[in-house]
Design a protein. Structure first.
Length: 267
């Protein structure tokens, strides 16, 4: 059955409040799993089961699949659709409220998911801060959001860009057209592979570092010097030591320079 037919069978109307845009094309799910390099040694965590199109493809390749779904209305649908697989654990819970420490520290742990787009940032932070050790995450995002994640300068460059590229090594996997979803969203999507950068995780406290970055971008119309005045009395000296012009704006400063500035302020 198609995605629409499954939803009709269980009389489920999708909720905008949950960001529900479900993948309809099985070949797209197959391609995502193939390019995620999932093997029979892997345990895969999925965030947002939907109607189980991606879940099923993961179960064909992985040792275990742990799939989180916030919408309990989908429970009978998923139980029927995935009944032939004994390696799937369905958890009907808000992933953002889940205690990830309860997940065993598997040898090979990966994340593969078409995540709810409206909570993309909180999901990235939760995985980074709370997850047991994992190899990488292959996640689908709105294309514009994905562009902000990988931007290195200019209008799209933001604290999100710096957070993602500081704590993850990012690779683009594939684009996905909006026509492959129901209901059809307004924008296309992109699948990115994010591999945790353990060196930066050890050296840069994520909460403190990102608080510093948000301050640097507190007013994009102002220079970086002016944005820094609320946390340091002599920003001119710091900028000079780092080799930056006093008139520089935050959207043109490279990530490596922000890291240098933060380390200098911290110690």
């Amino acid at each position: 059955m198609t995605t629409s037919e499954w939803l009709k069978k269980y009389n489920i109307k999708l909720k905008k409040s949950l960001g529900q845009n479900f993948l309809t094309v099985r070949s797209i799910a197959e391609e995502i799993v193939t390019k995620s390099l999932v093997t029979f040694e892997d345990t895969v965590i999925e965030i947002g089961s939907g109607i189980g199109i991606l879940t099923e493809e993961l179960a064909k390749r992985a040792k275990n699949v742990i799939s989180f779904e916030i919408d309990e209305r989908l429970k009978p649908l998923l139980i029927e659709k995935l009944k032939n697989y004994d390696n799937i654990e369905l958890i009907f819970k808000d992933f953002l409220k889940a205690d990830l420490s309860q997940i065993r520290d598997y040898k090979k742990l990966k994340y593969v998911a078409n995540i709810p787009y409206y909570i993309s940032s909180p999901i990235l932070e939760k995985i980074l801060k709370e997850s047991p050790n994992f190899d990488y995450a292959v996640l689908m995002f709105q294309k514009e959001f994905g562009g902000r994640m990988i931007a290195q300068a200019g209008k799209a460059y933001s604290p999100l860009s710096i957070f993602v590229q500081t704590y993850y090594d990012v690779d683009k996997i594939m684009d996905v057209s909006k026509t492959n979803f129901v209901p059809i969203p307004k924008v296309d999507s992109v699948v990115l592979k994010l591999t945790p950068n353990h060196k930066n995780l050890e050296e840069l406290d994520p909460d403190k570092f990102m608080k510093f970055i948000h301050q640097c971008f507190s007013n994009r119309r102002k220079t970086l010097k002016n944005n820094l005045k609320s946390i340091i009395s002599n920003p001119e000296t710091l900028l000079k030591e780092i080799g930056l012009n006093e008139l520089v704006r935050p959207e043109v400063v490279p990530i490596e320079t922000y890291i240098k500035m933060y380390k200098r302020l911290e110690g």
